[in-house]
Ligand binder design. Sequence first.
Ligand SMILES: NC(=O)c1ccc[n+]([C@@H]2O[C@H](COP(=O)([O-])OP(=O)(O)OC[C@H]3O[C@@H](n4cnc5c(N)ncnc54)[C@H](OP(=O)(O)O)[C@@H]3O)[C@@H](O)[C@H]2O)c1
Length: 283
Amino acid sequence: MKIVITGAGGQLGKELVRILKETDYTVFPYSKKQVDIANRSQIKEMMEKVRPDYLINTAAYTQVDLCETELEKAYLINGIGTYYLAHEAREKKAKFFHISTDYVFNGEKHEPYTEEDVTDPRTVYGKSKQLGEELALATYENTTIIRTSWLYGHDGNNFVNTIKKLADYSQKIRVVHDQYGCPTFAKDVGIALKQLLTKPAGIYHVTNNGNCSWFELANEIISFLNKKVDIIPVSSKEYGLKTPRPMYSVLCSKKLNSSGIFLRNWKDGLCEYLKKEADNIDY
Ligand SMILES: NC(=O)c1ccc[n+]([C@@H]2O[C@H](COP(=O)([O-])OP(=O)(O)OC[C@H]3O[C@@H](n4cnc5c(N)ncnc54)[C@H](OP(=O)(O)O)[C@@H]3O)[C@@H](O)[C@H]2O)c1
């Protein structure tokens, strides 16, 4: 069975390639340089050549602040690009998997979001990802949407790596204490996705278990690193982010769990990640 992965150079893409290469599937990874998902003819050519059984899209324009000013790019990659992929997957009868985000929700709920909750994104990034979900689902019934949150992976541009870097030269780090979500190790999403390949299509929420604030996450990282750094809790308002993030975007994993797939607690995933980083394993 053949699997194409687009966005293979990203933090989730890399983990997924590593995980699926250890299985009986034959993996065809495509980075942005090899296949631009906003380029329909490149997708067509690649799908014609490989004729995969599965197409997994991890590619996205993920820079939340830049999306606010580069609307066209955001909607083209995250919206229309996803449609191109879903359409070609349908043409080749390949099962389509697309990664989405907790930012499709408005963050006003006080309990975990389920797959049935209404989406109501408040940022261009969230709206472009919502568009991608809707176009894919409307285009091809054999589409699976995997929503995840607060993702981190080796070499990635993410909160965990930012705090690690800051801890090397700062004595005080200001971190938002009133936004809640679930930090998720890209490797764990990859493992779940491998299991989802054989499950019915649909929307699934896939995150590590439990939840915390950015402040709690930063403290967990600093305590693992055993650094003398003061983490100063600040409100979202005080911090003054250019683009507001959802205040609460915890995703409910019940549907995933009832499919027999369970992810570990976020602290355990983080601990493995930081240990590997400390061992300086070459990824
Ligand atoms: N990061 C998070 O916290 C988070 C949370 C929830 C959901 N997600 C979703 O999870 C998925 C994976 O995210 P990630 O954190 O692994 O992101 P990432 O590290 O930014 O990886 C995305 C990859 O897509 C590539 N890309 C961008 N535009 C492309 C295009 N037009 N054609 C092909 N490839 C393109 C990027 O290449 P360049 O870097 O060269 O541009 C990058 O290699 C995305 O769908 C994202 O929306 C992420």
